[in-house]
Every structure is written in C-alpha cells, then in structure tokens.
Ligand binder design. Sequence first.
Ligand SMILES: [Zn+2]
Length: 227
Amino acid sequence: MNCWICENNGSTGEHLIKKSDLKSLFGHVSQTSPLYLHTKKDKNVKLKSIKKDPRLKSDAPMCGPCNNSRTSKFDRAWGKLSNYLLQKSPPIKKGDIIKLEKVFPGSVKISMLRVHLYFVKLFGCAIVENKVSIDIDQFRKSLLNEKSVKNVYLAFWESNGVDTGYSDMEVESIEGKCVYAAWFYTVGALSVLVIYATPSERRLGQVDSWHPLTITKRVKIGGKIKT
Ligand SMILES: [Zn+2]
C-alpha cells in the first residue's frame, strides 16, 4: 500500500482524534482505566491504550515520515489552538471572539495555515478511506508544499460537550463529483466544522468560517442555530 500523501511505500495510519486531545479530556488510559469507543459499527469497545489501539487510527495508508516529521508542525499548531480553546474559563460559547494573536503571538498566519493543514491531513485520510469523489491531488500537494487547499474551510463551534470524536461526513455530489462535504471533529466543549465547498456552494456553516487566505486575526465561535 502506498502512502496517499507522498506515494512512497509504507503504511502507519493517522490517529482519528489527536492523542493529546484525548489525553487532556480523559487522562491516562490503561487496562485498569480504559476508554470506551462508540462508532456506528461498534458500541462500548474497550480501549486499553490511546497510542496503540488500531481502532483509533484511519485505514488510509500513510508512510512514517508523512505521519510524523512532515506533519508534526501541523499537529503541534492544532495542539496549541485546541489547548487554548479548551482551557478557556469560562468555557467557549457561541458568539465569543477569539483573538488569534493571543494563541500565536507574532505568528498567526503561518500557525493558522498549519492548523488548516492538520485538518487537510485528517480530511484527506477520510476522503481516501471512504472513497469520496474529491480530487485528492490538491490535498497531497498542499501537504507536500505547505500551501492551503482552496476549498477547505474551518469553523469553530461550541459543542454540546457530550460526544468526543468524528461525525459522519455529509457529502453532496453533482453528476458524481462532490461539491460539498462537511464533518465535525469534536473534543470537549469544542467542535471544528471541517468543510469542503466548491465556489458555487455557499452554506450556512461557512458563515464565520476560516481559511488561510482570510486576513482577519480573529475567529468567531459559531454554533447550531437553536430552533
Ligand atoms: Zn508518505
């Protein structure tokens, strides 16, 4: 199996939820204090280790260097932002304005590009794994060249704080080609809405969403419209 990013041989598998996100929420996971995984397929699967359990990893093939050295900067940038947002007191809520300069003093642009690329990596894994009809080439090239993907947006939402993990991906296609796809990455009080939208698609979720070409150094915390 060839790595979907660099196309070289070798396979590891990306963690579906960042290890440090799981650790900050659940503490140490072990044989005596296990974590339980719920997915559509399985309920109450006992996990003994965050690091080693294959059920927390994507099936998309990735080589060691792409999973580690090439993308560790992206993982670290996300780790810093998620830490900041999750440790805020009082907890983040819809309508809050986050000043990114406070999270990444003097390096908002490059750091937020790396946050974007962290989700491009996860999104790419999900596209490969689920065979979604999105051109994966732009995802691989953006990771190899550290450039943004034009159609990928992130929105930061207040979550219900109940589920941690991935949502299923919502996919809309026109004539077999995906024009819009979205999924949530939820950890504690925070949900990241990850959106792929072609220029013809403008959706509600994109309001206040963030893209590396955005000039602003602030993000507004979004959330579900309460009916
Ligand atoms: Zn690779």
